[in-house]
Design a protein around this ligand. Structure first.
Ligand code: NAD
Length: 316
């Protein structure tokens, strides 16, 4: 199953995320995921493992499991590289890390421009300017970064371009000046954070959507951002629906998105869960079930680093 993007290229509806995949496991994780049928991988400078992910891709191509054109590789521009002079060099560096000639999709990771950090000094640069506690914004308007991405697209280095973590007002603004229209909006999306008006607006503008952190708090426990929220895996509503369909709670959570035409990119390090996630599309929820799951909405955002981390108190 796939979604047609602006370029006409197809994006698989189910892919695999690479955030928090340890460097030492990344090549094998990607290789094995390709072996069991994954074709979309969601990477980023910030995940610090693009080189290793690329090694997994190269091995899979060398072993004849897939051809480059069978794969859909996404990467993202980090916040410290928003100035127009940094965008193209970063794309080229990230392509080199992956061992690729083009990305299928290249996204602006956050609409937050941070002061430049020389990649030869620290890579990935992460949030703090000094690598510890100093949060330093940079005066680069989003329009400048978007126009630099348009150049990347024109050079054929990214077949489609888009952004993550952008709210409705900024999306409206971009649509006023974009010459290459954004193909994808990637957002945190799960039953505790439904964001229906944003989803509807993006669809109205012709963007496709990708959901990240589809399991809500599950992804944020290990980094201490989970806010002690009740697990969606153990939620009685999700459990009841899963039982009725003979599926797992994870599969119900993913299907809630994909049945609404929103792509998913779950990540797991366990082979059984990796397969469970990929194969979740072989059943349908009823309209009432989708509505009931959406009714769990709490407007609860887990991935909000600048509001959570007290070092960056200006945003709190
Ligand atoms: P996720 O929703 O994929 O959840 C990961 C957690 O769920 C892990 O603890 C994992 O072990 C567990 N899990 C996975 N499959 C499971 C299953 N079938 N049953 C039970 N547990 C399961 O979380 P995520 O990593 O936050 O998001 C997925 C991907 O989205 C990331 O890897 C990354 O590529 C992307 N992402 C993008 C942004 C952004 O700002 N654009 C932010 C976060 C994540």
């Amino acid at each position: 199953m796939s979604i047609a993007l602006r370029s006409g290229y197809l994006m698989p509806l189910v892919g695999m995320g690479t955030w928090k995949v340890p460097k030492e496991d990344a090549a094998d994780t990607i290789y094995n995921a390709i072996r069991v049928g994954y074709r979309l991988f969601d990477g980023a400078c910030d995940y610090g493992n693009e080189k290793e992910c690329g090694e997994g891709v190269a091995r899979a191509i060398k072993d004849g499991l897939v051809k480059r054109e069978d794969l859909f590789i996404t990467s993202k521009l980090w916040n410290t590289f928003h100035a127009k002079e940094h965008v193209l060099p970063m794309v080229k560096k990230q392509l080199k890390d992956w061992g690729l000639e083009y990305f299928d999709l290249y996204l602006i990771h956050f609409p937050i421009a941070l002061a430049y950090v020389d990649p030869s000094v620290r890579y990935p640069p992460e949030w703090a300017f000094d690598g510890k506690s100093e949060f330093k914004l940079q005066n680069t308007p989003f329009q400048e970064t978007w126009q630099a991405l348009e150049e990347v697209h024109k050079l054929g280095l990214a077949r489609d371009i888009g952004f993550a973590n952008v709210a409705g007002v900024l999306l409206c603004d971009v649509m006023r000046y974009a010459k290459v229209l954004p193909a994808i909006l990637q957002i945190e999306h799960h039953p505790y954070l439904v964001q229906q008006p944003l989803v509807d607006l993006a669809k109205q503008f012709g963007l496709a959507l990708t959901a990240y952190s589809s399991f809500g708090p599950a992804s944020f426990i290990e980094i201490g951002w989970d806010k002690n929220t009740a697990s969606l895996f153990k939620h009685p509503l999700i459990g009841g629906i899963a039982k009725a369909h003979g599926k797992t709670a994870a599969q119900v959570l993913l299907r809630w998105s994909t049945q609404q035409g929103i792509a998913v990119i779950p990540k797991s390090n366990f082979p059984n869960l990796i397969t469970e996630n990929l194969t979740h599309v072989d059943f349908n929820l009823t309209a009432e079930e989708i509505k009931a799951i959406s009714g769990l909405d709490l407007g609860l955002r887990f991935n909000n680093p600048v509001a959570i981390d007290s070092r960056f108190g200006i945003f709190a």
